[in-house]
Ligand binder design. Structure first.
Ligand SMILES: [Zn+2]
Ligand SMILES: [Zn+2]
Length: 262
C-alpha cells in the first residue's frame, strides 16, 4: 500500500518499481521451476545453452520492467481513485461471470497476440523486434519473456487497458495472469507436460501447448496464437504439432533440434 500523502511522481515510481519486481520474481521462479523440472525429466535438453539462457534472462528482465510500469500505474490508480473495473467484492458480479471473465480476458489476449505476432513476422518488424524472441533455437523454459522492448510494449498494454473495459474480480484477474505465466513458460520449454490423451483429443485440437508453439519456433510462418488454435485454424496458419516434441515423448533425451527455416 502506498501512503495517500505521497507526491504523485514518487507514488507512481514506487508502484511501477514494485510491480516490476513482482513480474521479474514471478518470471524467475516460474521459469526456474520448469527449468529444474526439465533437468529432471529431460536431462541434457538444455546442455550447451548457457549463453542463450543468459540472453533470455536479460531480455526477460527488461520485459519485466516494461510490463511492470503500466500495470503498477493502473493498480495505483485503482486503489487511489477507483480507476478500472476490477473489483474485490464477491457480490459485485454474478458467480457465472467469474469463468466467463477469465475466458474473455484469455480470448482477448489470444486475439491481440495472434494479430500482433503475425504482423511481427513481416520482414521489417521481424528484423527490428521479433528476431530477439526467435534467437532462442530451440527455446527453453527461460524464453517466455525474451522479447525486444518493442514487442514487450505491445504485450504489456493490453491487460492494463482491458481492466478499464471489462469488469473482473481480482481473483479472476490473478487466474488469467497465472495462466499467462505458466503457459508462456511451458510452451517454450521443449517438451510436452500435458498427457497425450489431452494433447491428441478434440479439446487438445483447440488448445495451444508446447507441442504447438514449438512448431512456430521451427517453421516461423505458422502457429502464431497464444492459448487457442481458433485464429490459426480460421486463417489457415495452423500447421499442427512439432514433430521434435511429439516424437520425443517417452524418450529420455530428445533428438537434436531441427534448424528452423526463416
Ligand atoms: Zn515463442
Ligand atoms: Zn514468432
Amino acid at each position: 500500500m502506498i501512503p495517500a500523502h505521497w507526491p504523485v511522481p514518487l507514488a507512481l515510481f514506487v508502484a511501477g518499481f514494485a510491480v516490476t519486481l513482482i513480474v521479474a520474481l514471478r518470471y524467475l521462479l516460474t521459469s526456474g521451476l520448469f527449468a529444474w523440472l526439465t533437468h529432471r525429466v529431460r536431462p541434457g535438453l538444455y546442455d550447451g545453452k548457457r549463453a542463450q539462457i543468459g540472453k533470455e534472462i536479460r531480455w526477460s528482465l527488461m520485459s519485466a520492467a516494461i510490463y511492470g510500469v503500466p500495470a503498477g500505474i493502473v493498480l495505483w490508480g485503482w486503489r487511489k481513485f477507483g480507476w478500472t473495473e476490477i473489483t474485490l467484492a464477491w457480490d459485485a458480479l454474478p458467480a457465472w461471470y467469474w469463468p466467463v471473465s477469465v475466458l474473455i480476458y484469455l480470448f482477448a489476449q489470444d486475439t491481440w497476440f495472434y494479430w500482433s505476432h503475425r504482423a511481427m513476422h513481416r520482414p521489417r518488424l521481424f528484423r527490428l523486434a521479433h528476431a530477439v524472441h526467435h534467437h532462442s533455437r530451440p527455446p527453453t523454459a527461460w524464453t517466455a519473456m525474451s522479447f525486444h522492448p518493442i514487442e514487450a510494449v505491445s504485450g504489456a498494454l493490453l491487460i492494463p487497458l482491458l481492466v478499464f473495459l471489462v469488469p473482473i474480480h481480482l481473483s479472476a484477474l490473478a487466474t488469467v495472469l497465472t495462466v499467462a505465466t505458466v503457459m508462456g513458460v511451458t510452451n517454450h520449454m521443449g517438451w510436452e507436460m500435458f498427457p497425450r490423451w489431452l494433447v491428441h483429443s478434440r479439446l487438445g485440437d483447440w488448445l495451444i501447448t508446447a507441442s504447438h508453439h514449438e512448431r512456430h519456433h521451427e517453421d516461423y510462418q505458422c502457429n502464431y496464437a497464444l492459448y487457442f488454435r481458433f485464429w490459426d485454424r480460421l486463417c489457415g496458419t495452423d500447421r499442427g504439432l512439432s514433430r521434435r516434441i511429439v516424437e520425443a515423448v517417452g524418450r529420455a533425451v530428445p533428438s537434436p533440434a531441427s534448424v528452423p527455416a526463416e
